[in-house]
Design a protein around this ligand. Structure first.
Ligand code: GN1
Ligand code: MG
Length: 366
């Protein structure tokens, strides 16, 4: 099959016919900005659907993703009072959770939640509070879903020391790759903060930080708002739902939502008003869920996740853009530098961020 967009759409359309849709297909088009999977919107004369080809290089056991999602869907259905919608899997005509094409790639179909849209950036603290509530509701929903019941989709996901070791390996094997001034700056930046990498992992290994069911990728792009852009009604992209630390989700959500410039933008700044809103919404929705010693480490998580993501972008740049989809050469490097500058800004605002964390969780007010 060719990689021409028209051919890819035609192939997706054929794949879509294998699923048990409520009405005949009218149109299929590329959808979203995901960096890993290929995603299409399938429009029918009735509801719309989201069709995805799971990236088999990133996800070696894609059937586990479908099994986890199925469990989550069942759990969600048992809790109808949860004020959060989640996209449900749509089975194939023969009742399978996904469809394997001739190349061995696994495709899955999800319901598209009508009347929703994503926001390119947050403009008001109330929107940030809505995101915080949505993430909190997700964690609350998953709090009585045993982590042991879910497959580990990516066992090393958010194990920052492993990303760090991998980067050091690449730099040691090919030192000539990192001679440009910005690359030297980036590797020095990473080395200077090495100790940060192990902070949460130590807590996890010693059992101080309990593993819970996490979303894994609660960036702004994965939050669905209502048409008015006020309420966050759903969290999507459930590929990385697996056991992890809530810190990873909270840190990821904050680093993404509070930087209005976006992941590919330059001159990032961590917006304290958005942070305040997000934390307040989250704390309100999860009252009593996090222990005091877990709350204490939240600041480190806010700093750690952009550090980790920057390492991941940087490593991928050095390795030839094999993991994250790029639109132009050098994009992964730009994104890495943006995440590192965001870390610097977060460090500059350390006192305020810590104060916001303490205040949100004490009052729990939204
Ligand atoms: C990737 O594919 P996408 O865009 O949903 C990545 C996340 C990163 C994110 C950064 C499985 O998610 O960890 O935070 O890009 N997902 C995976 O935009 O690596
Ligand atoms: Mg994702």
């Amino acid at each position: 099959m060719s990689d021409h967009p028209d051919d890819l759409i035609a192939a997706a359309r054929t794949i879509a016919t294998h699923f048990a849709l409520a009405a005949p297909i009218r149109d299929v088009k590329p959808f979203g900005e995901g960096l890993i999977n290929r995603t299409y919107l399938v429009m029918t004369s009735g509801p719309s659907y989201v069709l995805q080809r799971i990236n088999g290089h990133v996800f070696p056991n894609p059937n586990d993703i479908l099994a986890n999602l199925h469990q989550l869907n069942l759990h969600h259905r048992r809790q109808p009072a949860t004020a959060l919608q989640l996209p449900a899997l749509v089975a194939t005509g023969s009742g399978e959770l996904g469809y394997q094409d001739r190349t061995g790639a696994l495709w899955r179909m999800l319901e598209h939640i009508p009347g929703t849209r994503t926001l390119a950036r947050l403009d008001h603290p109330e929107q940030a509070a809505a995101v915080g509530r949505a993430l909190g509701r997700f964690h609350r929903l998953c709090a009585d879903l045993s982590p042991a019941a879910l497959a580990r989709i990516l066992p090393d996901f958010h194990v920052t020391p492993h990303y760090l070791e991998h980067l050091f390996l690449v730099l040691a094997e090919r030192p000539e790759l990192a001679q440009a001034p910005e690359l030297r700056w980036a590797s020095a930046f990473v080395r200077d903060r090495q100790r940060l990498a192990g902070l949460l992992e130590a807590g996890r290994a010693e059992g101080r930080l309990p593993e819970r069911v996490c979303h894994g990728d609660p960036k702004l792009e994965n939050v669905l708002f209502d048409e008015a852009g006020r309420q966050a009604v759903s969290l999507i992209d459930l590929d990385t739902v697996q056991p992890g630390l809530l810190h990873h989700d909270i840190g990821d959500c904050l680093r993404s939502c509070c930087n209005r410039r976006g992941e590919a933008g330059q001159g990032p700044s961590f917006d304290l008003d958005l942070c305040r809103g997000l934390l307040a919404g989250y704390a309100h929705a999860t009252e009593g869920l996090l222990a005091a010693h877990e709350i204490t480490l939240l600041y480190e998580a806010v700093r750690l996740i952009p550090y980790e993501l920057g390492i991941r972008f940087l490593t991928d740049h050095l390795e030839g853009d094999r993991y994250f989809r790029v639109r132009r050469p050098g994009e992964n490097l730009t994104k890495a530098l943006t995440q590192f500058h965001l870390v610097v800004d977060i460090e500059d605002k350390q006192t305020e961020i810590k104060r916001l964390i303490a205040a949100s969780f004490v009052t729990g007010a939204a």
